[in-house]
Design a protein around this ligand. Structure first.
Ligand code: FES
Ligand code: FES
Length: 126
């Protein structure tokens, strides 16, 4: 049986910022080809700051908890600071993940970086 930290259980049973955002100004998607889990992140960026962040996640309880924590860590941050959030930051903020679940933190980081890069692209075109 996998033992999760209390923090992970908190974010799994009560995920933060988990909703679809039709008026987002950027989106990022990441799917893990190994396990099939996928995450879509929505951003509302204003003045270079992530004013709002939400997501839809399809996956295991660790992917739900890491997505939730990714949103908590990124909310209110500048785009540069949000880009520098690492998998280790997310795992640490969740008080650790079981060894075989550490890769789930990659989902949040990758989807967030895709969303921010898509935002930069859309600004270039505007
Ligand atoms: Fe990813 Fe269960 S959904 S392992
Ligand atoms: Fe693959 Fe969780 S099992 S992201």
């Amino acid at each position: 049986m996998i033992i999760y930290s209390e923090k992970v259980m908190e974010h799994f049973t009560c995920p933060q910022n988990s909703y679809s955002m039709p008026d987002a100004n950027a989106q990022g998607v990441y799917g893990d080809p190994a396990c099939g889990d996928a995450l879509i992140i929505f951003l509302k960026v204003q003045d270079n700051t992530i004013e709002e962040i939400s997501y839809l996640v399809f996956g295991c309880c660790a992917s739900i908890a890491t997505s939730s924590m990714t949103s908590v860590l990124a909310k209110g941050k500048s785009l540069e600071d949000a880009l520098s959030i690492t998998e280790e930051d997310i795992v640490r903020a969740l008080d650790g993940l079981p060894e075989n679940k550490v890769h789930c933190s990659n989902l949040g980081v990758s989807a967030l970086r895709n969303a921010i890069n898509n935002y930069y692209e859309s600004q270039k075109q505007a």
